[in-house]
Design a protein around this ligand. Structure first.
Ligand SMILES: NC(=O)c1ccc[n+]([C@@H]2O[C@H](COP(=O)([O-])OP(=O)(O)OC[C@H]3O[C@@H](n4cnc5c(N)ncnc54)[C@H](OP(=O)(O)O)[C@@H]3O)[C@@H](O)[C@H]2O)c1
Length: 288
């Protein structure tokens, strides 16, 4: 006789929760059971997307209404994870639930956010899929091949590796003590490019450059930079005054940027220092 599927409860069911639960349901590795969001309506509409044919799945209004499950996924906003874990632990303690597996998907937090559950003997972890979940529909279509960082208890990570691999993720391990730095690196790798582009375009506009030329430069320079970084690596792709060790040009430009936008000038100086270090020009040459 076939083994019953492990049950999954969801606390939070937005973009990430719906995507993962839908994929696990579709590939038949888990059975979604109870779903809690901020309102019964949004929980029901999440369930309609995740598993419209599973009539034993329920939208509930409180953690106390959720049935014991094998796996609990806390996919609420980061700021809510620890509080939800606390309430879940208090309920599980009161009901003397059998210890289960609990995990969240935050890149910025470690499994430590689930400490109240670990204290009850639960197995806890974080699993961070490195994908921009714009909507559940788009993320379901894009998910295959997504790198996924696993961190936490060994038993929880092993179980999650199996589950995430089943839906096409490429799992890798991050040590608990490295989780925050790991995520800061992801921020460095991706989040600042739009910030720098916005500053560059505002500065070009301040020089009177027409919109169509700004858009043309946006596309040319960004594509050029990405192509060079991918082909040559970041070190060899570095160009500009820092790569040439041109301290005078950097100082002149920093002063002009400071007149235009002092906060942008602080970023310009800090990034120029890092670029100089990267290019091996860490110290300013002595004045003649
Ligand atoms: N979005 C991404 O690209 C992405 C990528 C990787 C990892 N993550 C991580 O995934 C997690 C979830 O992100 P998301 O983008 O899926 O968030 P989201 O789309 O904003 O969904 C959050 C869900 O949590 C529910 N919720 C909020 N507060 C709650 C509470 N106190 N109790 C119960 N449910 C509550 C919301 O309810 P309602 O439906 O009623 O509003 C919603 O269903 C976060 O840890 C995030 O860092 C996100």
């Amino acid at each position: 006789m076939a083994q019953p599927l492990p049950t999954l409860n969801l606390i939070g069911a937005g973009r990430v929760g719906q995507t993962l639960a839908h994929l696990w349901t579709r590939c038949g590795v888990l059975r979604v059971q109870d779903v809690l969001t901020r309102s019964p309506d949004s929980a029901q509409s999440a369930l309609d997307f995740i598993a419209p044919d599973i009539y034993t799945a329920r939208a509930v209004a409180r953690i106390a209404d959720m049935r014991p499950a094998n796996i609990w996924l806390l996919v609420v906003p980061d700021a809510q994870i620890a509080a939800c874990a606390q309430v879940l632990a208090a309920n599980a303690r009161q009901r003397t639930d059998t210890p289960a597996l609990a995990f969240h998907c935050s890149g910025a937090q470690s499994a430590e956010s689930l400490a109240p559950l670990r204290d009850l003997g639960w197995s806890v972890a974080s699993a961070h899929p490195v994908l921009s979940f714009a909507s559940p529909q788009s993320a379901v279509a894009q998910f295959a091949g997504t790198p996924c960082a696993l961190e936490g208890d060994a038993a929880a990570c092993d179980a999650l590796r199996h589950l995430f691999t089943a839906i096409g993720a490429a799992c890798f391990d991050v040590r608990s003590q490295d989780k925050v730095l790991y995520h800061a690196a992801a921020v460095l790798a991706t989040n600042f490019a739009p910030v720098l582009q916005t500053l560059a375009e505002a500065a070009w506009h301040a020089t009177g450059m027409p919109d169509d030329l700004v858009l043309h430069l946006r596309e040319r320079l960004l594509r050029n930079a990405v192509d060079n970084i991918v082909a040559l690596g970041p070190q060899k792709a570095l160009t500009g005054p820092a790569a040439r060790g041109d301290f005078a040009a950097i100082a002149r430009q920093a002063a002009v940027v400071a007149d235009w936008d002092p906060q942008a000038a602080a970023a310009y100086r800090a990034l120029s220092d890092l670029a100089l270090r990267m290019a091996g020009h860490a110290t300013e040459p002595p004045q003649a």
